[in-house]
Design a protein around this ligand. Structure first.
Ligand SMILES: [Zn+2]
Length: 158
């Protein structure tokens, strides 16, 4: 079961839009300690704010735990697993820290940077954006799989 918000998220359109982003040349450190770099011409930039999701982490938690939305539950589970313990405290979720922090953040669903040499599809990324002028913090990310059969064509079809 999905909440009314997640029902309107079109993952297929997100992935098609992400895969049509222009390729970029990039060189980045992949083992910083050893100073080794990786150069690629197969990077597509992410679209981190493709879809405005829950208005706050509290709204996400409410949808995950009380509404029972499966996608919100998956996003909350990743956030809960990776958050610092103080970030899960009730007062921090409601008020933030020193007036700034997780409480004021809106969630967005999009994709992160996609290295086509490493992954067949872009990862779906969920970002917490506290300041609209900044990039936000990625709080969850998922690999996407397509189930063969159903609407998806199979290799054995004529
Ligand atoms: Zn939801």
């Amino acid at each position: 079961m999905l909440c009314s918000l997640c029902t309107t998220l079109d993952i297929r359109t997100l992935l098609i839009t992400s895969s049509s982003q222009p390729l970029e040349d990039r060189t980045y450190l992949y083992t910083p300690a050893a100073g080794q770099t990786h150069s690629t011409k197969a990077i597509r930039p992410g679209i981190p704010r493709f879809f405005a999701h829950q208005a706050s982490l509290l709204a996400l938690r409410e949808s995950a735990k009380n509404v029972g939305c499966e996608l919100c539950r998956a996003i909350w589970a990743v956030y809960e697993r990776n958050a610092q313990p103080y970030e899960l405290q009730e007062d921090v979720l409601k008020e933030g820290v020193d007036g700034v922090g997780v409480a004021a953040g809106r969630l967005y669903v999009g994709t992160n940077q996609w290295d086509m040499a490493l992954h067949a599809l872009p990862h779906v990324a969920v970002s917490l954006v506290v300041d609209e002028r900044s990039g936000g913090k990625m709080i969850a990310w998922f690999e996407v799989y397509a189930k063969r059969g159903g609407w998806y064509p199979t290799w054995n079809e004529d």
